[in-house]
Structure formats: C-alpha cells, structure tokens
Design a protein around this ligand. Structure first.
Ligand SMILES: [Zn+2]
Length: 247
C-alpha cells in the first residue's frame, strides 16, 4: 500500500517552506557541466526524481550524465545514526517471511538463525557500503558534484519510523559525513527533496543546509553534523565552500 504524508509531516513541510529550508530550485546556481552522482531512493512511483535531475543536468551538460547510486532510503542510509543504515532492523523480518509457508523443520532452523542474521545485518552497515560506493564512483567517473535526493513520503523511511523532520536530520548528517570523509576530493554536495502531496501534486525543492540546521536546532548541532564526525572537526572545512554558503 502506498504511503502518504502524515498530518505532522504536512505541518513540518509547511514550516520548512516558511523557514526557507525547502527552496524553489534555481538551476543556474548549480554546476552540472561534468554531470552528477546522484544518491536516491529507487521508488518506482516517483520516477520524476530521476527524469527531473536528468533534464537539469542535460540543460548544462548537453547529455543526461547522471551516475546513480540507489537503494531503499539511499541518502538517508548515509547517516550513521539512521535506522535505515541498519539492516538488522529488517533482516529478521525477511527471514520470518521466507519461513512462513515452509516446513516445520525450516521454521525451527530459521528461528535458530535469527540471532546470526541480526548480527550479519548489524555488521553490514549500509552507510559504509554507500560511502565506499560513492568514493569509487568519484574516482571512476571524475564527477565532483553529488546530489543527495530524498523524497517524502518515503516507504523505506516510513518502514523504519522516520518522519519528514527526521529525514531532514539524517540528510544533513549524511551531507556532513560525505564532506568530512571525501572533502579532500574537491566535491560539492547539494540536497534535493521531492514531495508528493497527493492528488497529483508533486514538487522538487532545493534544501538549504544552514537553514535546515537552524530549523532542526540542537539535535543536529550535538551530533556528528556541525562539528564533524564524533566531534572531530573536519580537517578540510574550506574545501567545499561554494558561492552559495547554504548549499
Ligand atoms: Zn523512498
């Protein structure tokens, strides 16, 4: 069943619009001439995300050079504290589903394997996998512009109990994490959000980082976000400065 925006999510989106967190896209502010690496959720009901980004890149590059890194939740999984980065939250459910219509022996073995599957999920942190994929993509393609593209409502986020406000929290953590780890490669990171309001009304916004940090307040400032990972300041904090300090 398709997920829809909750009343709280709608109120937070409205608040974020008023606070300037979600801004109208101004394509001329981005440098997409060499293409982009896009980290986005593969939701088949929101394919506008991809076609819209391809059109933006093609308007500058002349070609739809969008290198995709995609999995459920995608950019939201890059935050180390995000529930979406932790497969142990859903791998045991997968095992239960597989065992449901099997033999009694299969069910017993599956039950005994539950702790092992949980441990495998806990150790296979998705934020590390995506970060490694991103690093490899930058090296392979020599593309220095990265777009973190979230959407709301997001089925993967909803499955993990992540609200729209939490989506923004983990998105900014993800951006800061990328800058901390890969800033030495001369990258720029932009954040987009696609909102499906229902009844056919959909819109893509640019997310202003500083405004989002102000809007979110203390929960973000006490985290890995503003002060680097685990409180360690980013060594190359000036590498990613852009004309738009809110990028
Ligand atoms: Zn999604």
């Amino acid at each position: 069943m398709a997920v829809t925006l909750s009343p709280q999510d709608r109120a937070d989106i409205s608040s974020a619009r008023t606070a300037g967190v979600l801004a109208d896209l101004a394509p001329e502010k981005f440098d997409f001439h060499a293409g982009v690496i896009a980290i986005l959720c593969p939701d088949g009901d929101q394919t506008e995300k991809r076609t819209h980004l391809e059109a933006l890149v093609a308007s500058q590059n002349g070609d739809k050079r969008v290198h995709l890194i995609t999995q459920h939740g995608a950019a939201l999984s890059l935050s180390a504290s995000s529930p979406l980065s932790n497969p142990s939250l859903f791998l045991p459910d997968l095992l239960d589903d597989v065992a449901r219509n099997r033999s009694r022996l299969f069910k017993v073995v599956a039950f005994l394997l539950r702790p092992l599957v949980w441990l495998m999920g806990w150790m296979g942190r998705r934020n590390i996998q995506i970060l490694a994929n991103l690093w490899a993509a930058i090296r392979m393609k020599q593309i220095k512009t990265i777009v973190l593209y979230i959407h709301a409502p997001c089925g993967a986020a909803d499955h993990c109990g992540v609200s729209f406000r939490d989506e923004l929290l983990h998105l900014i953590k993800a951006k800061r994490r990328i800058e901390w780890w890969l800033g030495y490669m001369g990258i720029k990171v932009a954040c987009f959000c696609h909102v499906d309001y229902g009844a056919g009304k959909k819109k893509t916004y640019f997310i202003k980082t500083r405004s989002t940090e102000d809007w979110l307040g203390d929960p973000l400032r006490c985290s890995e976000g503003a002060n680097g990972v685990n409180g360690v300041s980013r060594p190359d904090a000036t590498v990613n400065s852009t004309a738009d300090s809110n990028m």
